[in-house]
Ligand binder design. Structure first.
Ligand code: PSV
Ligand code: MN
Length: 426
């Protein structure tokens, strides 16, 4: 089941087939000279997948304004339909990551089947204790899992346990916990006590985790709290993950660090202690900008993947998700573009000659080592990505095909704008 006709994909792919074959063959010859088998890389690209956040298909906004797009998804059913479009064109986004209560329904088994019809499964489920919901007894204004008030903490724990229950019905095996808890004033709270409350609450959630589940702890430096944040960095996240046990790991959202932080080194450290859960991909210039992955600093994205590919022999089992806010673009286009940029970084990092790199490092040959990374990074692997998509029935050019399909215009008439709705994140 897909809203983009396979005929259209076939026709446009056919038109571009000759150029693609030429480019793929030329790249194959170039890589062969470098001792790299293009088919092996194409297979890696075929196996690659990144989860789409359900909230990402809605138009985002800032705290100043939100400019709604046409034909925005009004509910989880519309969101799944949009995610289905992304998957049918890119073939590298086989799962969606739901957010509760934004994606609440009465029948989760039916929702799971609905997703399966689009060829989609469910990835990590995200809890939400950073907003108050209509009818909620206790407010999260002063925090959730670390709130000074025990009843508020209890309510937040119960919500997370409910998320696990929902996730089980959806076929998910991970819970992502991000809390906005923190303070805006020095002295507002006792920082030690807040952390203890958080740990105590997380322990109670952890006890409710099924044996085959993982809990992802997501850190973020600031926002919505601006003086202190309870899980502000990977250090706090790691302390919590280690205190909780082997099923708790640290999730790295690329935007949740100070500008210029060496994220790839954080990744290496978390791999070292076996506590890396996975990623929320996005890009940023200043803070948690939630810009499209690879749009500001693609080299950094590559360097993150360089660490991941390097650590592959350790048998990593990571969760890859996108977490972006699309304020000025069509979210479907941005998500397709981002998923392709992430796959690009992965394939480029797979090109690094690890043996030669280690030798250069052992010999302290600085420039040779650096140039090996750059050689991989400057290789245009687009023909490999396109080939991987086309071989799976996807589009050689997903964005051009999407535009030609008229999907958004069709949805604009089918999905009238809901006044006051805010389907995107801020
Ligand atoms: C917080 O900024 C975050 O990165 C968390 O992952 C949330 O679940 C998501 O954005 C949506 O607000
Ligand atoms: Mn995130």
């Amino acid at each position: 089941m897909t809203e983009i006709s396979t005929d259209l994909i076939g026709t446009l792919n056919h038109q571009a087939a000759e150029a693609q074959a030429e480019d793929y063959a030329a790249l194959g010859r170039q890589l062969a000279r470098r001792g790299v088998d293009i088919e092996a890389l194409t297979q890696r690209a075929i196996n690659w997948t990144v989860a789409i956040p359900t909230w990402g298909v809605g138009t985002g906004g800032t705290r100043f304004a939100r400019f709604p797009g046409l034909g925005e998804p009004r509910n989880i059913h519309d969101k799944l339909e949009d995610c289905g479009v992304i998957q049918s064109l890119t073939r590298g986004t086989r799962t969606v990551s739901p957010h509760i209560p934004w994606d609440k329904v009465s029948d989760y088994n039916a929702l799971r089947q609905e997703a399966a019809q689009y060829g989609l499964g469910f990835d990590a489920i995200n809890s939400n204790t950073f907003q108050d919901q209509v009818g909620q007894t206790k407010s999260y204004k002063f925090g959730s899992l670390s709130n000074a008030d025990a009843m508020t903490r209890h309510q937040a724990i119960e919500h997370n346990l409910e998320c696990i229950e929902i996730g089980q019905k959806l076929g998910s095996t991970a819970l992502t916990v991000w809390v906005g808890d923190g303070t805006n004033f020095a002295g507002q709270q006792n920082m030690g006590r807040m952390f203890e409350h958080y740990l105590d609450a997380m322990r109670q959630i952890y006890e409710g985790l099924p044996n085959d589940w993982t809990m992802y702890i997501e850190h973020k430096m600031y926002e919505p709290a601006f003086y202190s944040t309870v899980i502000s960095d990977w250090g706090s996240s790691l302390i919590a993950a280690q205190a909780l046990g082997s099923q708790a790991k640290c999730l790295v959202d690329l935007g949740h660090h100070a500008p210029n932080t060496n994220i790839e080194q954080i990744v290496a450290r978390l791999i070292h202690v076996g506590k890396l859960a996975g990623f929320h991909f996005n890009d940023s210039k200043y803070g948690d900008d939630d810009l499209d992955a690879g749009s500001v600093d693609p080299f950094r994205l590559f360097l993150v993947f360089n660490e991941l590919v390097d650590a592959e022999p350790k048998g990593l089992n990571l969760a890859y998700m996108i977490d972006q806010s699309h304020n000025v673009t069509d979210p479907i286009e941005s998500l397709m573009s981002s998923s392709m940029e992430i796959a690009r970084a992965y394939v480029q990092a797979s090109l690094v000659d690890r043996k030669a790199l280690t030798e250069a490092q052992e010999a302290n040959d600085v420039l040779a080592a650096h140039r090996m990374l750059k050689a991989a990074y400057i290789t245009d692997v687009s023909p490999i990505l396109a080939e991987a998509r086309a071989r799976q029935g996807g589009a050689l050019d997903p964005i051009a095909t999407y535009r030609a399909s008229g999907y958004r215009a069709e949805k604009a008439t089918e999905r009238p704008m809901v006044v006051g709705a805010s389907s995107g994140i801020v």
